[in-house]
Design a protein around this ligand. Structure first.
Ligand code: NOJ
Length: 566
């Protein structure tokens, strides 16, 4: 080998990987990346702000509220799909991955939003629907056109087992069989979601390439990363083995089944690694919609070599029933000792809002503050859902006729759909909560009169002001970003308490998860503080709080956050 060739080879092996990570600059001496310090804010674009007053939110509406988001303390927004779509699943049925749905604006509006975000130091994350397209996507239209079309193998087509028989017993999670017959070519196509959302065939290298190219398209436009939709449904068993039945029926009345052959196949991790390689080229972050039954499963999504998702969402807490100090303590302890960077989520556009899930009728706002204090003071990244910061509640449709989300129509009255958690952002106590002058696509609940940005901004005790203080603390106190997690008072079944320890100090978070007053005593010596001094940073208490020699009195659902020094 010539000297120059050798030099070129050396340069390629040494400098390519370095260049690939060039934009992943740590933001602190601990080597953390920006997303590890960030608070992400999920925006459902139909419902956030309607700049052209047609009843549906849009990108310019988001851009007009960047000041609000900055003041709140948000570092990045994740916008659920805003690409052209027939809107069967409100954007999760994409018909063109490289454009903006005219309902939401134009590519120029998108660029304007990204530029505005840059000025506000707010990054933009898009939602990438990796598992399926719309049946109106040009790839599927071609795929369907004949058995020999160029894109035939971009989707999953199979013959029925026999006349009028489906290829196997798999079910769509949205209430139908997972197979739909196309009469023209007399084959079935597979769809884990609605029939209008055919699954892509990720085993076809052309599909994989096209999808990776989509991410490049948006990275080049300044997108800071993606939330990857439904990743565990990317691959299916090519032999179409039937799933085994499980006891009981689902919310659509169908026998349950163990989705062993059409979910969480090991190949998912290959796809995650490939998406990550491209993300690394642009210094971008990948967030996963990762539904897992336990922490070990969640750990898998980071990749054996930390080469898959930087931020697989921990969605497990969204399934906790009620508030139990023991349950949260056990889960959070386990996540922290798993060695990965946690990603905390308590609600989103598919889940009943946390305000409604936890409300007890007597302490609703205090509970909303307590939940905020929980996931925003833990070690890890946090993902908020729009409206959590003002205590928005679910507005569940009263009748089937009102329902917009198709699963609510199919599954009524057991499954009422997801409209309830997707209602317009409540900006004021005025008409349509200030979201739009036109009739909004979903109705605003009566509670918008009290729980809205304008009203709460004026009330120092509001949920909004609590969130603002909480996020300000997160930005101001390095301990909340860098500190370790150290559980204290571990045998208390009512009060969940922990320290975040950093250098010589700590921040103590005490959360009374019960509806009764609790007296709490602390022994912080095992945590390294034998004579601790406490100074209050934030509380939701309605009267002044002080730690007395006999302990701290915590009112029902009280939050006490204090600095601990030696
Ligand atoms: C998960 C999304 O969060 C949900 O809203 C959507 O319906 C399904 N994936 C299908 O894309």
């Amino acid at each position: 080998m010539k000297k120059t060739q050798l030099l070129a080879l050396l340069l390629a092996t040494v400098f390519v990987p370095l260049a690939a990570h060039a934009q992943q600059k740590p933001v602190d001496p601990a080597g953390h990346q920006w997303w590890q310090h960030a608070v992400f804010y999920e925006i459902y674009p139909r419902s956030f702000a309607d700049s052209n007053n047609n009843g549906i939110g849009d990108l310019n509406g988001i851009a007009q509220h960047l000041d609000y988001l900055k003041q709140l303390g948000v570092d990045a927004i994740w916008i659920t799909p805003c690409f052209p779509s027939p809107q069967v699943d409100f954007g999760y049925d994409v018909s063109d991955y490289e454009a903006i749905d005219p309902m939401y604006g134009t590519l120029a509006d998108f660029d304007h939003l990204v530029a505005g975000g840059k000025k506000h130091n707010i990054r933009v994350i898009l939602d990438f629907v990796v598992n399926h397209t719309s049946d109106q996507h040009k790839w599927f239209i071609d795929s369907k056109s004949s058995r020999t079309s160029e894109h035939r193998d971009w989707y999953i087509w199979r013959d029925g087992k026999g006349p009028n028989q489906l290829p196997n017993n798999w079910l769509s999670t949205f209430g139908s069989p997972a197979w739909t017959l196309d009469p023209k070519t007399n084959q079935y196509y597979y769809h884990y979601f609605y029939p209008e959302q055919p699954d892509l065939n990720w085993r076809n290298p052309a599909v994989e390439k096209a999808m990776l190219d989509v991410t490049r398209f948006w990275y080049k436009r300044g997108v800071a990363g993606f939330r990857l939709d439904a990743v565990d449904t990317l691959y299916e068993d090519p032999n179409l083995t039937d799933n085994l039945p499980l006891p009981g029926t689902d919310k659509f009345g169908r026998p349950n089944q163990d989705e062993k052959y059409n979910k969480k196949l090991p190949e998912v991790h290959d796809a995650m690694r490939k998406l990550r390689t491209v993300a690394n080229e642009y210094g971008s972050v990948l967030i996963g919609e990762t539904w897992t039954a336990n922490v070990a499963q969640l750990k898998d999504y980071y990749g054996a070599k930390n080469d898959e998702l930087q931020m697989p969402m921990d969605l497990m807490m969204t399934g906790f029933k009620g508030l139990s100090a023991n349950e949260y303590r056990a889960h959070i302890g386990e996540v922290n000792s798993s060695g990965q960077w946690p990603v905390w989520v308590i609600t989103n556009h598919d889940i009943v809002r946390s305000y409604t899930r936890y409300a007890d009728g007597a302490h609703n706002d205090d509970i909303a503050k307590l939940m905020g204090a929980l996931y925003l003071t833990l070690r890890g990244s946090a993902i908020m859902y729009y409206g959590e910061e003002i205590g928005m509640e679910n507005n569940i449709p009263k009748s089937r006729d009102e329902v917009q989300d198709p699963i609510g129509k199919i599954g009524w009255p057991i499954e009422k759909g997801r409209d309830g958690e997707r209602t317009p952002m409540q900006w004021t106590d005025g008409v349509n909560a200030g979201f739009s002058t036109a009739k909004p696509w979903l109705p605003v609940p009566a509670s918008a009169k009290t729980h809205n940005v304008e009203t709460e901004a004026k009330d120092p005790d509001s949920i909004l002001n609590f969130y603002r203080q909480l996020l300000a603390l997160r930005h101001k106190e390095p301990t909340l970003l860098e500190g370790d997690y150290f559980a204290i008072n571990e045998d208390d079944p009512n009060v969940f308490a922990y320290l975040r320890r950093y250098k010589d100090e700590a921040i103590m978070v005490v959360l009374n998860m019960s509806a009764t007053q609790q007296k709490v005593q602390f022994n912080l010596a095992p945590a390294g503080f034998s004579a601790p001094k406490l100074s209050l940073l934030l509380t939701n208490a309605h009267a002044p709080v002080a730690a007395a020699s006999d302990g701290l009195t915590m009112q029902p659902f009280a939050v006490f956050i204090a600095k601990v020094t030696k």
